[in-house]
Design a protein around this ligand. Structure first.
Ligand code: DC
Length: 221
């Protein structure tokens, strides 16, 4: 019986596949804490831009990451990464930050730092953590791994509907081909294709799998 142990649900996948929407719905249904690890990388990318650090210089980015003053907080069931006591919620979503983030996310020292911070999030409770390397690298020991994908056309349409014009294929390629913790399907992950599914349908599929695993582990009846 492991009813008192915390659970980490790892949700990885491509850009605009529906990771965030599904992760939020699953976290809400289970009362778990939601962690958007992409937002953590975006925060560093924004901060590098603001600090006039060249994101193509891995040494400079690694040094910045060792020195910046950050704090993790849990607000309304979601984790926030604050820098200099500020939460750059809007700034991390700009086109400028989106263009900087893959470079920052490819730096091995950054990935080590992020992995530690992301593991520290367990202090807030059971987690639904979304990203690119959660099941493969950050919490490889979890029994709750999902990989979400959708056809490129469906994903591009979703981004367009949000008013964002982005070369998703190029970003996925960069995320998949980098040397440090690339985007990949983690061993043992349940694959979900959201191309023709509503968020309600896909999140119910995830919740069914999670509950069945929890039953197998004797956490629920
Ligand atoms: O999910 P997103 O678009 O907010 O992610 C922003 C960038 O950060 C994206 O280029 C991939 C990268 N990222 C990563 O390398 N590892 C993660 N765990 C999360 C995001």
């Amino acid at each position: 019986m492991k009813a008192d142990e915390k659970i980490v649900i790892a949700i990885d996948g491509t850009s605009a596949s529906g990771k965030s929407t599904n992760a939020r719905l699953v976290a809400k249904a289970l009362g778990f804490v939601y962690v958007d690890t992409g937002a953590m990388y975006r925060t560093l990318a924004w901060y590098a831009g603001k600090s006039r650090i060249d994101v193509h210089d891995p040494k400079a980015v690694g040094q910045l990451c060792r020195q910046w003053r950050t704090k993790l907080m849990c607000v309304d069931g979601a984790v926030r990464l604050l820098v200099d006591n500020y939460f750059p919620e809007k700034e991390v979503r700009t086109d400028e930050t989106s263009a900087l983030v893959p470079h920052v996310a490819a730096v091995p020292k950054v990935r080590d730092w992020m992995k530690q911070k992301q593991r520290d999030c367990i202090e807030f409770g059971s987690l639904v953590m979304e990203g690119r390397d959660i099941g493969s690298n950050v919490f490889p020991e979890t029994n709750y791994k999902f990989y979400i994908d959708a056809a490129l056309g469906a994903r591009s349409k979703r981004r367009e509907a949000e008013g964002v014009n982005e070369d998703l294929a190029a970003r996925d390629q960069r995320d998949s081909q980098r040397a440090a913790a690339p985007l990949m399907v983690p061993l043992g992950a349940v694959m979900i294709d959201t191309s023709s599914q509503t968020p309600q349908e896909s999140s119910e599929m995830i919740l069914d799998k999670v509950r069945s695993q929890m039953r197998d582990e004797g956490r629920i009846d």
